[in-house]
Design a protein around this ligand. Sequence first.
Ligand code: KIV
Ligand code: NA
Length: 265
Amino acid sequence: FDKLTTHRLQEMKASGEKIAMLTAYDYSMARILDVSGVDVILVGDSASNVMAGNETTLPITLDHMIWHATSVVKAVKRALVVVDVPFGSYQGNSSEALRSSIRIMKESGAHAVKMEGGIEIKESVTRVLSAGIPVMGHLGLTPQSIYKFGTYTVRAKEDAEAQKLKDDAKMLEDIGCFGVVVEKIPASLAKEVAESLSIPVIGIGAGPEVDGQVLVVHDMLGITQDFKPRFLRQYADLNKIISEATTDYIKDVRSKNFPNEKESY
Ligand code: KIV
Ligand code: NA
């Protein structure tokens, strides 16, 4: 098999092969996803929600992200590993953005970083790119700015915000980003952006006419509870499987059915 590179992603875009991306935060899950053939693994700052139980992505630190990224990288042989630069470690300060991204690359062995925002973080993205670190953009609903938006509803429905998103996407391509995630925006806008860029546009809640899709793996596998946005397709009900296995185990321990003779030394 061939290792997934940022160069390969450009080829996939050019030839119309769709890119499958999922999040992972730990070794065991990353290994399953990589062996299954996912193209890109995102060590998302959604770890703040699904791993640590926070309501937002804001509390997760650079050290936490590096811990998760290091665990994922150890498991991955084929996929491209992209790591979110967390809130507070790149915005408004390009030196800090560079320092944070270098730490991620050096300490975890990941292949690329992702940062949220457009023109506001242009300097930071430019500086990181200048160090030879591949950068993926993230536009639309950018969860690190949730307190600016106030809600998790669809973004860029108004003309002004849609135009800014298009300008931001073009700018990110022009300065050298290898791809961009668009989150929770109208499908028609996402299609327009994907058609106008030569770098891959990966959607989440952005309709089918983009170059690839990304989901949070815990949502996709049905581990997460009480999070069922319209864009989410649940491919398994692991919640049910895990909880049934757990109750079976408890029953067996209590009834002394586990361990049996064969399971003992
Ligand atoms: O952190 C994350 O999981 C993400 C994806 C939803 C794109 O940024
Ligand atoms: Na993220």
